[in-house]
Design a protein around this ligand. Sequence first.
Ligand SMILES: [Zn+2]
Length: 59
Amino acid sequence: MSERAAPFHCPYCGDEDLRPNETGHGAWECAACNRAFQLKFLGLLARGVQRNERGGEAI
Ligand SMILES: [Zn+2]
């Protein structure tokens, strides 16, 4: 396991059956909905760290 963070749920269907995609680089595939997706770190937000009061999804 690398130091890269792994998603716990599919952002499309919410299933937990995720496996690393062959393309690597944060790519994952969902066995439930057959989607492949990629997680990418975009950088830190200019506003700094604060709580999300609306409780939205992180992904
Ligand atoms: Zn899915």
